[in-house]
Ligand binder design. Structure first.
Ligand code: UD1
Length: 368
């Protein structure tokens, strides 16, 4: 039997929870030969290796060690190294997930070698081209053959960009597959005990977008809000490495340290983070994925951005947008403290079965 060789590319932290259920599903079918390539865009153990362990993913078959750099430098290095792998491995299909630089670089490299591309989490749009991820999404979608969309609005975005309907597949949200699969395991994490926290007794805070952390003014606006919020409730702050670097650069370490009810920690792996998220009273974040996870977990999410590529979380879920405006952040947090009874629902097809639907499409439609 001729086996179909599928090469999945990951690079940064949020890629790992999107690829894990797909790779697991592929392994159930003998007709597929699966290889995972890790670009090394994220290389710190806390941003990478721990996710492979937590999500029970085998070690990547190939590791490229690309590392950090400006967008152009990183993208060029990614493409150069990926091209060699694609030429050596000769896959029938390249699978990319999400919207990080590794996603776009892998898609561009594959397209130039005329290898078909499947994009998981296709069609999300913030309509803000100042976001590096928005460029990555548009480029990747425009050259992919199989566009796996998480929601109807994503399908509409793709149709509006002129992508033929027969390339678009509404399959649901793959990250929720991971959430459903690992919830019980995450519940066993001892992180609350370790940090001496009680369920619903704290808010969780994450921050890493360049628009928020690379500007001293924006970062200070957000920290000013956190200072007020921690007077009412403990705030747990696992600090992203980019953010850690910028806090140091702007000399804001002492200011952060002066907030006695803020627990500053290292970034956590999937299981510890899920335990923290599930038990939090509300979340302050500028992440994309957390907006979706809080919607499914029905936890109020205060998003420190002006726009979102995940509008369903506003319409059907628990999400509100407040940008980096100090007053708006404080108001939203205080309101989440007193009133978290918003009527919300879990969007259609965010049901833990997305990977199955994707593999079904590949088995049925793909001609290799
Ligand atoms: C990247 C993604 C972003 C995603 C985020 C999740 C792009 C354009 N951005 O942003 O969409 O939401 O990951 O975390 O792809 N660093 C380390 N160790 C690491 C990785 C990064 O110290 O293992 C530091 C470096 O100083 C680096 C900086 O963090 O320059 C930024 O890393 P980079 O991968 O460029 O972007 P992120 O901000 O992590």
């Amino acid at each position: 039997m001729k086996r179909i060789k599928i090469l999945s590319v990951v690079g940064a932290r949020p890629n790992m929870m999107k690829i894990a259920p797909f790779v697991k599903e592929l392994s159930k079918h003998r007709c597929f030969k699966s290889l995972v390539v890790h670009t090394g865009q994220h290389y710190d153990t806390r941003m990478s290796k721990v996710f492979f362990e937590d999500l029970e993913l085998s070690k990547p078959g190939i590791y490229l060690g690309v590392g950090s750099g400006s967008h152009a430098v990183q993208t060029a290095c990614l493409m150069e190294r990926l091209e060699k792998v694609f030429l050596d491995e000769k896959p029938h299909l390249i699978v990319v997930v999400g919207d990080v630089n590794s996603t776009m670089a892998a898609a561009l490299t594959a397209a130039k070698l005329v290898i078909p591309i499947a994009h998981i989490e296709s069609g999300l749009r913030s309509f803000d081209r100042a976001m590096p991820e928005e460029i990555n999404r548009i480029v990747t979608d425009s050259i992919s053959e199989y566009l796996f969309a998480p929601s109807k609005d994503a399908v509409e975005n793709l149709k509006n960009e002129g992508i033929p309907r027969n390339k678009i597949f509404l399959v649901g949200n793959i990250m929720i597959d991971t959430l459903s699969c690992f919830r019980k395991k995450a519940d066993k994490s001892r992180i609350l005990k370790k940090l001496k926290l009680s369920p619903k007794g704290y808010a969780l805070f994450t921050l890493h977008r360049p628009s928020n952390v690379d500007s001293k003014k924006n970062l200070s606006n957000i920290l000013d809000a956190v200072k007020k919020i921690q007077e009412k409730i403990t705030v747990v702050f696992p600090v992203h490495l980019r953010t850690e670097k910028m806090i140091k650069k702007f000399g804001l370490e002492a200011y952060l340290r002066s907030m006695k009810q803020v627990i500053v920690t290292q970034p956590y792996g999937y299981l510890d983070f899920m335990k923290l998220l599930t038990n939090s009273r509300f979340v302050l974040t500028d992440s994309g994925g957390i907006q979706e996870e809080t919607t499914v977990l029905k936890i109020p999410c205060i998003t420190l951005r002006d726009r979102t590529e995940r509008p369903l979380t506003l319409k059907e879920g628990t999400n509100v947008l407040v940008g980096n405006n100090t007053k708006k952040i404080i108001l939203a947090a205080f309101s989440a403290l007193t009133d978290d009874h918003r009527r919300t629902r879990i969007p259609a097809l965010w049901d833990g079965k997305t990977a199955k639907r994707i593999v079904r499409v590949l088995l049925k439609k793909a001609r290799f």
